[in-house]
Design a protein around this ligand. Structure first.
Ligand code: WT7
Length: 572
């Protein structure tokens, strides 16, 4: 079969020769880029911000921030000072100490970034929450991690069930005219008067810094803990995959509620001393193109759903903006359709570089590199220093072109350290012979390119967000009208997948459009807007195993008109 390939666009890239780098790679060489390799003093926030603030990049802009109501910029020196102030507020008013879990729950704003960095400077573990989370989602995460402090806004505080969280000692509110009393602390009022000086808490390389909750196919969301050592891989991937250089203006569109928004919305670029653009507010094609034009974005990291929406907005729109500053475009989160890659070549005259990783991996793992030929539809090749393979269910490596489990050999620098409170779950990711099993199925072709095939489990990827069907089902059955619920991902041309719920009603309830709306709203308000089913179908009964487990694969087969497969475990 003749493969479509896109050849390299000429340029001076940080990674010149992939094969050569892969053969000669040594992570200990990367460590020399950090000041701790000489001083022994470790802290990711120091390496990301202070190190530059104390050197030649002192007056370079670290953060360009824009949303519909604000437009600001901060140099590395200012970022250092503001994150120190935030740290001092957290330390003095909220008693934050090394190892404490500090959650941030607010829309994007400069203060959000000062807070994340400030908490890390105290050695705290930061748990970022997506602003769309509703009470149930917030409670699960704070409860599981026994969070001591939450930093939020007066509007979002309504969704924090303070009285049900005994470990939660302080609530830091970011808003105008906050009245302090009891647990409540006024962040902005204290920030301006807090000291710019701080004694950073030096930590161990294996100490925690970031706790991202993510969904699996069963159970509540799991707390994936990342440690300061992750900076090694976050730095090097941002250097070779994002290809960041001194003059770049970089924009990552992800929210820090998700791992892309912390690792490549903060650490990757700042560890490399890059100027980082952060845009708040909602997605609109016009605003996005305008952002590229206004800031002269050179490197742009986004997601397939966004590219598909831009594609849907039409090529005429693209022509109304000057996007000539762009030189490197990347995508992550879901499969990037070859069609979108071709569209990228047509309208930007650039290749969109797909790459693969997940919350658990802490940094990019497989990627297309600017100096490498691209096969549209492929995720690319493993990062130097990382061994990836396709293995069968026993952990045997499979030859090229055979589908199996996408696996990574354990021990890469940014690998998750624990699953919070759940050692069994952590262990379950690994095979006895050392392979970390991702939960994705894929194959590798004869040239070593990896091709994504799907999830092995029932996890749903909708608009690039990972949703556990069990969480949605659990919320659905809390609705008084619902007896049972089964949730699947249904393929969708724009969003990758949409959430579809099959529900059986309790006695006495009638099927109606109003009820559908009400159910959708119930999940929206109880969990999160992105977790609400776009489609709801009523059924008298749902397919279940004899042990009572909803058989999602049967629902999926119904939906897609596919054979249902083995039904021997289904109840009569
Ligand atoms: C899952 C991880 C950290 C990236 C953002 C999502 C899917 C990720 C790709 C890709 C096809 C992809 C996988 C993976 N995924 N990148 N390039 N092509 N699928 O992080 O929420 O932890 O989700 O996203 O299924 O397992 P996440």
């Amino acid at each position: 079969m003749k493969m479509e390939t896109l050849s390299v666009i000429k340029g001076d890239y940080n990674l010149k020769d992939y094969n050569q780098a892969y053969e000669n790679f040594d992570w200990t060489e990367v460590e020399k880029n950090f000041s701790w390799s000489e001083t022994g003093k470790v802290n990711i926030a120091y390496e990301a911000i202070d190190r530059h603030a104390e050197g030649v990049r002192k007056n370079k802009v670290a953060l360009y921030y824009r949303d519909p109501s604000r437009e600001e910029k901060y140099t590395f020196k200012e970022m250092k000072e503001y994150s120190n102030r935030a740290a001092n507020v957290l330390k003095q008013a909220a008693d934050v100490e090394k190892g404490d879990r500090v959650f941030v729950f607010m829309p994007r704003s400069p203060e959000l970034y000062f807070t994340i960095l400030g908490a890390m400077k105290l050695g705290a573990v930061v748990g970022p929450l997506f602003e769309a989370f509703m009470e149930g989602a917030v409670r699960d995460r704070l409860d599981d991690s026994e969070a001591k402090v939450i930093v939020t806004t007066p509007a979002l505080l309504e969704r924090v069930p303070v009285n049900e969280l005994p470990a939660l000692k302080h609530i830091v509110l970011v808003g105008e005219e906050v009245k302090e009393d009891g647990k409540i602390i006024d962040f902005l009022g204290r920030l301006e008067t807090a000291s710019k000086e701080l004694e950073i808490e030096w930590v161990g390389r294996e100490d925690g810094m970031l706790l991202h909750y993510t969904s699996g196919s069963t159970g509540k969301p799991k707390g994936v803990l990342h440690v300061h050592n992750a900076m090694i891989q976050q730095y090097q991937t941002a250097n070779w995959i994002l290809d960041l250089k001194e003059d770049d203006i970089y924009w990552c569109t992800a929210d820090p509620g998700w791992v892309t928004g912390t690792v490549y919305g903060m650490f990757g670029p700042w560890l490399n001393g890059a100027s980082n653009v952060i845009v708040g507010g909602r997605f609109k094609p016009e605003t996005w193109y305008q952002t590229i034009e206004d800031y002269g974005i050179t490197v742009w990291y986004s997601a397939p759903t966004a590219f598909r929406m831009l594609m849907g907005a039409g090529d005429e729109l693209v022509k109304q903006f000057d996007l000539s500053s762009l030189r490197h475009v990347l995508s992550v989160g879901e499969p990037l359709n070859p069609e979108v890659v071709r569209w990228g070549v047509k309208v930007f005259n650039l290749r969109i570089h797909d790459n693969w990783w997940m919350t658990e991996t802490g940094a990019q793992i497989i990627s297309n590199y600017p100096s490498m030929e691209i096969k549209p539809g492929s995720m690319g090749k493993p990062f130097p220093g990382i061994k990836a393979a396709i293995v069968d269910d026993q952990g045997n490596e499979l030859p090229p072109n055979r589908m199996g489990n996408l696996a990574i050999y354990k021990g890469w620098p940014s690998m998750m350290n624990i699953i919070w409170n759940n050692p069994e779950k952590y262990e379950s990711y690994f095979m006895p012979n050392g392979w970390y099993v991702s939960g994705d199925s894929a194959y590798m072709d004869e040239d070593g390119y990896f091709w994504f095939q799907g999830r092995v489990d029932d996890v749903i990827m909708t608009s690039g967000e990972r949703v556990g069907p069990f969480e949605v089902e659990s919320k659905l059955v809390e609705h008084p009208a619902i007896a049972e619920a089964g949730v699947i991902g249904k393929p969708d041309p724009v969003r990758g997948e949409i959430i579809k719920a099959f529900v059986a009603l309790r006695e006495g309830y009638e099927v109606s459009d109003e009820l559908k709306e009400e159910i959708r709203d119930f999940v929206k308000k109880g969990l999160a807007a992105h977790a609400a089913p776009r489609e709801i179908e009523f059924k008298d009964k749902l397919p279940k195993t004899r042990s009572g487990k909803i058989m999602r694969r049967v629902l999926k087969a119904w939906e897609l008109d596919l054979p249902t497969g083995d039904l021997s475990t289904m109840e009569d």
